[in-house]
Design a protein around this ligand. Sequence first.
Ligand code: ADP
Ligand code: ASP
Ligand code: MG
Length: 433
Amino acid sequence: MKFGGTSVGSAQRMKNMVALVAAEGNVLVVLSAMSGTTNSLISISQSIHDAEPGNARKQIDDLEIKYKDTAAELLSDTELRDKALTYIDEVFSSLRGYVDRPFSIKEEKEVVAFGEKLSTNLVSLYMRQIGLDAILLDATEFMRIDRNGEPDQNFIKEKTMETLAAHPGHQIYLTQGFICRNMDGEIDNLQRGGSDYTASLLGAATDAEEIQIWTDIDGMHNNDPRFVEGTTPVSELHFEEAAELAYFGAKILHPTCVLPAKHANIPVRLLNTMEPEAPGTTIYNAEPTHTIKAVAAKDNITAIKIKSSHMLLAYGFLRKVFEIFEKYHTPIDMITTSEVGVSVTIDNERCLDSIVRELSELGDVTVDHDMVIVCVVGDLQWENKGFEATVVNALKDVPVRMISYGGSNYNISLLIRKEDKIKALKLLSENIF
Ligand code: ADP
Ligand code: ASP
Ligand code: MG
């Protein structure tokens, strides 16, 4: 069971989530930081990095008050409350230790890790207060990423099983989402929203019966509820559909968190802590439904077009193009081709100048910034008729830069301008659902 930021966002929310855990029993629980905390820790890091110590200290003081208040409200047992306050003192005095010291990305990762450490510490003390048989495990002992920043799944499985075996027989095992170590043994993390990923990696590592992602909404909706009104939850998704939606912007799931569950064939359920009886969404090897399930959008996309008459009737041209992206460790999301050109999209402009310089040796290069991929997901096998027409027709008043279909059985992706995103999402909902 994984609980997100809102689900541990206050003393009362922590009590509610513990009640859900207690009702389940025999469970591994993964917690995020309290909502807002990771953002605050990033902002504190930014202030330290920018040599604004006063600003950093003020934010640290404010955050400390929030944790002391939460501990006071959560823990009525004086001994446990004192333990929590001592721990909070320790964390905040280490945080203050970072101000006025050389501060690099390594220190920033240590700072952002405090959020999950604080939330799990408070919840474990509360579990003890109400007499639950719970044990707190340190995620940095069994969660590790490799040199590419990818989870080291063999290590995770081995170490997790070892750690569980060292503490046999408890009803509840509690640990931090998001945080891990890297190959140099330093504190690191699984990127923003990474607690979902921790949960699915641990579900796969322990061969769990089910992975439950508890959040602040009743499952995966058929469109982004932050931009479109009247969206509704999708009751079932195939692993591939959920993976596409998460990767292409459905914020409810970390972009790659479906993959470990998919490989281990463990169902993932998305559930609402504020409405625990709601059925939510179940992600599994669902049967094809011959329907479109949902729409999502991914921001900050750059489109690159390479046009060359050398491509005409030639072979090896695409390999040369792709090798340049490989050289600069820049993944490609969408591709479309014609006889004389190819367009690709990337979501990371870090090496854009070098990429464009090298691509220019192959042909004329044009770059469009601030684009958005809109992804329509469902049972889109090519034998199913009419879905492409519905999607394209829905967007007939929106300029579309690229369309990609046929790469998988589950999606149609369209590239549009950032300023057209909300209009496009609304039009798709109106026309499809
Ligand atoms: P948590 O803190 O529990 O991890 P997140 O904020 O990461 O929660 O994810 C839940 C949020 O995702 C919802 O509140 C909603 O605003 C947003 N969201 C974006 N797209 C979708 C979607 N298709 N279905 C449901 N929620 C979505
Ligand atoms: N606390 C981390 C974040 O805000 C991880 C998570 O919540 O999943 O990104
Ligand atoms: Mg999240």
